[in-house]
Design a protein around this ligand. Structure first.
Ligand code: BGC
Length: 762
């Protein structure tokens, strides 16, 4: 007995000593990334550079892995042996996109549908956008996700691009500043972002193959500039490469874009992931620095083969893995965060409403029609009034609990609506829905033609109403571009506006048009008829309440356009080349307008717009005075200050815009370029605020393709400070005595096909 005991003790001691000598398996978070990677098998590595999408994670052939959050777009692989947890990736720009129904929970996981990016940009209020990001990120955290696949900041190059609602502006400074603010707000929760879609993804038609042919200058000044600002100022955890080809190469397979520019020039330290199934060569993606393939999974065999025949080195995989693991270490999942599954949706609705109010743009307000005066009874026209659009379609949708339409919002604010009219529209909406399959019902009304009302019926509404409000709607979405016909109003829509105006004006009653649209439309041929026009865009779940706040004057409009409204579609600089060539099945898209996108074009080529960039009315007015420049000669930096005074009778905020006009030497330049902007505090009547802008050398420079550098020409620089790109209220100038080479860049990303750009000199 004793002997056996002794033997047992000896054996146990040996075991303990052995266990102590045997090196423990490295663990992510405890050991260095290098050690963790060293402990990975080649198969581990192949699995780890690919994710899993919703469509693949339930499939035993590719997993199996459990669904961690229903409705998430994807996740990363996990290796429990090494302490590597999965990271959950969820869409999208206007709020967290997950399924309300989650296994094991009895309460729905509703999320807040915040105003779309176009609305946020129209606020010109970066601290407010940061606040929205903070609230949105809190839902990401508290519902158990790790990354929001947002913000999206592609340039709104053409009004027909289906995803414009997810994007900010036609101008890269606004796009970049808004995206940076959104990243900072979101990431303040300890969750990640994915700045997307990098880059030149401005067309949805054939989006996974189309080749955008863009000059180096247009890339640097327009299409990459916003990303540069977002990366440098926002520090996003991840960047998402785009679907399209750019100058001949898939963006996800181009080391010049993902390594030379993004990492070497801009100093990006995070991880790059592909767009879902983007690109066509997993090996090239790995080499280019597209670290993670989403959802990947099916490309494993290709990587195995490439590693075997040495067309891909393990070193390259290890480099990408370093970035993936570094990212995973930061996630709430890795840190063991226990979500509450109960974010404060009520508090977030308040922020969504505030942002919607600030992002709506008052386009017309003749004879101070707005805010409402003595209005009690409203004749509410337009199908969209009864089914107000919160956002567009596709991965940017949000599953929210409830969004009021205008009829409900007016009711809440104690206005009376005409019952016959309301009944008529409700019947119409019901019948549209009934004729659609269940899966299409959600957006059926948005896409249905407008209800055709007879003149007599319209006339019958005049007597019992104080005012008419008509909503015109346009839906748009991911994966398709709007047909050109949707740019103009249909005959039925125009007749509706015209007939309502005729009947109501005859009785000395006013008409207000509300635009609930995802992208720019034609306004020039009907805007003279109504008394007021409010552009609501697609303003999220609180949007209808925000419209009412503005119409009745509880709030004063302070949004301004971050995109120009042309007179006609044909006058858009990319109209002739959009979506690409050949038109019906495009392969190449020639960006022949070069840097002349939006107002840069309209101003320089003297093409009048319906509403210019930066435009928006208020119920008060502002005086600009005391413009001061810190110096008459530029030396490193110059500051510009201007005093803004509310000279009206209502408290309001003003968006102040600084444009610079640069001397033209060797290369042509736009007449004006936005170089700084700010929004005042809420100024009471007679109250003033001094706004100060700082301009550095980069703000003076243009990109010279021949020498691949940002260069500021010597000469006289003019500063235009104004209320819109056309409404300049104060000017000043300073000189740059000697040309400055501000920044040398790499000579990369040149067009693979001959590109003839327009020029104001020709
Ligand atoms: C979209 C991305 C989105 C991803 C995941 C893609 O089709 O282009 O914006 O984040 O799907 O849903």
């Amino acid at each position: 007995m004793k002997k056996i005991n002794l033997l047992f003790i000896v054996l146990s001691l040996v075991a303990v000593v052995n266990a102590q000598n045997k090196p423990a398996t490295p663990q992510l978070g405890k050991d260095s990334l290098k050690e963790v990677i060293k402990a990975m098998t080649l198969e581990d590595k192949i699995y780890m550079v690919m994710g899993l999408g919703e469509d693949t994670w339930k499939n035993p052939a590719t997993g199996p892995k459990t669904v961690l959050l229903a409705g998430a777009a994807g996740r990363t692989w996990d290796i429990p042996r090494l302490g590597i947890t999965p990271a959950i990736l969820t869409d999208g720009p206007a709020g967290l996109r997950i399924e309300p129904k989650q296994e094991g929970f009895s309460h729905p996981f509703y999320c807040t549908a915040f105003p779309t990016a176009t609305v946020l940009a129209s606020t010109w209020n970066t601290p407010l956008v940061e606040e929205v990001g903070k609230a949105m990120g809190n839902e990401v955290l508290e519902y158990g996700s790790d990354v929001l696949l947002a913000p999206a900041l592609n340039i709104q190059r053409n009004p027909l691009c289906g995803r414009n609602f997810e994007y900010y502006s036609e101008d890269p400074l606004i796009a970049g500043k808004m995206a940076a603010a959104m990243v900072v707000g979101l990431q303040s929760n300890g969750v990640g972002t994915s700045v997307k879609h990098f880059a030149a993804n401005n067309i949805e038609t054939k989006r996974t193959t189309i080749n955008a042919i863009v000059s180096q200058r247009a890339l640097r000044e327009i299409y990459l500039r916003g990303f540069e600002i977002a990366v440098k100022e926002g520090n996003p955890w991840t960047v998402m490469s785009s679907y399209n080809r750019l100058n001949g190469f898939y963006t996800s397979q181009n080391p010049d874009l993902l390594t030379t520019i993004l990492r070497k020039e801009w100093g990006f330290k995070g991880m790059v992931m592909s767009d879902w199934w983007g690109g066509d060569d997993a090996v090239a993606q790995m080499k280019a620095g597209n670290d993670l393939l989403e959802p990947g999974a099916t490309q494993r065999e290709v990587l195995r083969e490439a590693l075997k025949n040495k067309t891909l080195s393990e070193k390259t995989l290890d480099r990408n893995l370093m970035r993936i693991l570094d990212f995973i270490q930061k996630t709430p999942h890795f840190k063991g965060y226990q979500p509450s599954y109960h974010p404060d949706l009520e508090a977030h609705a308040v922020i969504a409403r505030k942002a919607a109010v600030e992002g709506m743009v008052l386009l017309k307000n003749e004879n101070s029609t707005l805010p409402f005066k003595k209005v009690k009874k409203i004749a509410l026209f337009g199908k969209t009034s009864y089914q107000f659009m919160t956002g567009g379609t596709g991965s940017g949708e949000v599953n929210y609990d409830h969004a009021a339409a205008l009829d409900e919002a007016f009711g809440t604010a104690k206005f009376q609506l005409s019952k016959t009219l309301t009944d008529r529209y409700r019947q119409f909406i019901d019948s549209v829905r009934q004729h659609e399959k269940k899966e299409n019902q959600k957006f059926a009304v948005d896409f249905a033609p407008e209800l055709n009302l007879t003149k007599d019926f319209i006339q019958s509404q005049v007597k019992n109403s104080d005012i008419a409000v008509i909503t015109i709607g346009r839906q748009a979405g991911e994966g398709w571009d709007r047909p050109e016909s949707t740019f103009s109003l249909s005959e039925v829509e125009k007749n509706l506006i015209k007939n309502v105006c005729t009947s109501f004006h005859a009785a000395k009653k006013k008409v207000v048009v509300v635009l609930n649209i995802g992208g720019v439309i034609e306004t020039a041929d009907w805007r003279d008829w109504p008394d007021a026009v409010l552009l609501a865009w697609q303003p999220g779940q609180q949007g209808a309440h925000a419209v009412v706040d503005l119409l009745k004057g509880t709030e004063n409009p302070s949004g301004k356009l971050a995109v120009s409204f042309p007179m006609k579609y044909a006058e858009v600089p990319s109209a002739a080349t959009f979506p690409g060539e050949p038109k019906d099945n495009p392969v190449n898209a020639f960006y022949t307008e070069g840097i002349y996108v939006g107002y840069r074009y309209y101003e320089t080529f003297k093409v009048p717009t319906a509403y210019p960039f930066g435009y928006g009315l208020s119920y008060t007015s502002f005086k600009y005075s005391d413009l001061k420049l810190s110096n008459t000669l530029f030396d490193n930096e110059i500051s510009v200050s201007v005093k803004i005074t509310n000279i009206g009778k209502t408290a309001g905020k003003e968006v102040v815009q600084l444009y610079r006009e640069a001397p033209k030497q060797a290369i042509d330049k736009p007449v004006k370029e936005l170089k700084a902007f700010a929004k005042t505090q809420l100024l009471k009547p007679n109250e003033s605020e001094v706004i100060t802008f700082k301009l550095d050398a980069r703000s003076l420079a243009s990109f010279w393709s021949g020498v691949s550098a940002w260069i500021a020409d010597e000469g006289k620089y003019k500063i235009h400070v104004g209320a819109s790109s056309e409404d300049i209220r104060a000017t000043g100038d300073f000189s740059l005595p000697k040309k400055i080479m501000v920044e040398k860049t790499h000579d990369v990303l040149y067009p693979n096909l001959l590109l003839h750009e327009i020029s104001p000199e020709k």
